[in-house]
Design a protein around this ligand. Sequence first.
Ligand code: FBP
Length: 548
Amino acid sequence: MKKSALQVARAAYQPKMPKALYGNNEVEVGEPTESVADQEEVQKLFPNTYGMPILKFVESVKATEYPAINVGVILSGGQAPGGHNVIAGLYDGIKKLNIDSKLYGFLMGPGGLVDHQYMQLTGNIIDEYRNTGGFDIIGSGRTKLEKAEQFDKGLEILKKLDIKALVIIGGDDSNTNACVLAEYYKAINAGVQVIGCPKTIDGDLKNEMIETSFGFDTACKVYSEVIGNIQRDCNSARKYWHFIKLMGRSASHIALECALQTQPNICLISEEVEAKKSSLDDVVTEIATAVAKRAENGNNFGTVLIPEGLIEFIPAIKALISELNDFLAHHQDEFNAIPRADKRQYIIAHLSKENSEVYASLPEGVARQLTLDRDPHGNVQVSLIETEKLLAEMVGNKLADWKAAGKYSGKFASQVHFFGYEGRCAAPSNYDADYCYSLGFTASLLIASGRTGYMSSVRNTTAPAEEWIAGGVPITMMMNMERRHGELKPVIQKALVKLDGAPFQYFAENREAWAVNTDFVYPGPIQYFGPSEVADQPTVTLTLEQKK
Ligand code: FBP
């Protein structure tokens, strides 16, 4: 495979790790834990993996001998920069435990385990992928591992390959499933440990013990680079309003982080829209008002950042989606059989009065997108909904009405963008390269200490890497009960943007000035080499969250 000069230089980069991971180490065992909510229900469903303690790896003078072990690894869900480094860290970790250890990758996501599709990951293969973006080393997929038949089928191949531990690299849903699998294998005494790793560019798998999910850092830096470029373009031509939708299926962490990095004129935060119980018209009015204000100063240009999941957070639409989810979970086949032209009417006829009115009021395209196939976890595929177009059009219409009424005299022309897939496979920033490698290496230590149902955790990551803290968090600790596919299920609680948290507060204090003035910041591309203050910085979100 032909490589660029940067790829060659990057392949030689040695990721930094917490000090405790380099030499000999031992595990420090903390207090027993509880789930974040619904303790009784979660404990009942996870009798074997509930309440385990938090673990921390510390330096030790004692060298321990470990037997060779075969480990399996799965990449699950959407791509996130750094996945290859998790695998490299895991590989180096198990080889350090015992040089005869072997690593197997299951192909194209959790489906590879069930269908027995796998490959052995040798040193040569791993070396090809160190510090690279993407999940192409073994591929990824969204098959949901949730049924006993799948677990049993998976166990057949694990037994055949003598695999004693499985590492699942995924987001909140995939780690929920990892925990269910850990519990199942423990209950039947299968002799297979299951360890999770926190992945997702969305940044919504985080809590007290997991500071951030990997990939968030790199993806936000890539998006911020291009938002900055657009801002420079629009400040040069001074004729367009750019409506930029950013990935992040539910939470607005990506949009908020990009706003903190680039200081756009407007950034919508879905969690705030929900808290303020805003309607779609309120959101449109808010944007149009800012456009009109800038026009008063002759500034007929600007930028609007829109989180991908916005539509689901507008309370009336959220209620509609929730009823649609339940309804389609029970009537999917019937709905599929309805001719395309009649589908809208069919939905209107079957929903409650209130929701059917909201549904009927939506533009045709958006209404149709809300009924498209759910992902395997039962979620609406929000990346398919063109909110940026919807808002640009509605703001344009509102301004035209205001113009007709003599309330506005500016010019309005818009451009729309969606940044999502562009950032998910970028070469990991130093932060993600180091963080991911450390997560993988930590997973090998969790395996060596015989744990199951844990997520690999690396904390204190705003400090230099040698001060990072590596350990494990019981996955059950992050769980609560939620309604999925019309049923109450134990799931890892999604971390949404906290309106009283430091990142949002900083944004809220500054946004009025950013709206009226042109205070754009142009962050430029990710730097992989150079001084630490340029190349190793974490996200603004994490820096503000961790500020003491
Ligand atoms: P994960 O939660 O699996 O990491 O995926 C996140 C994400 O990138 C979202 O931001 C986006 O809505 C979704 O995946 C897109 O899914 P797909 O890759 O299946 O189109």
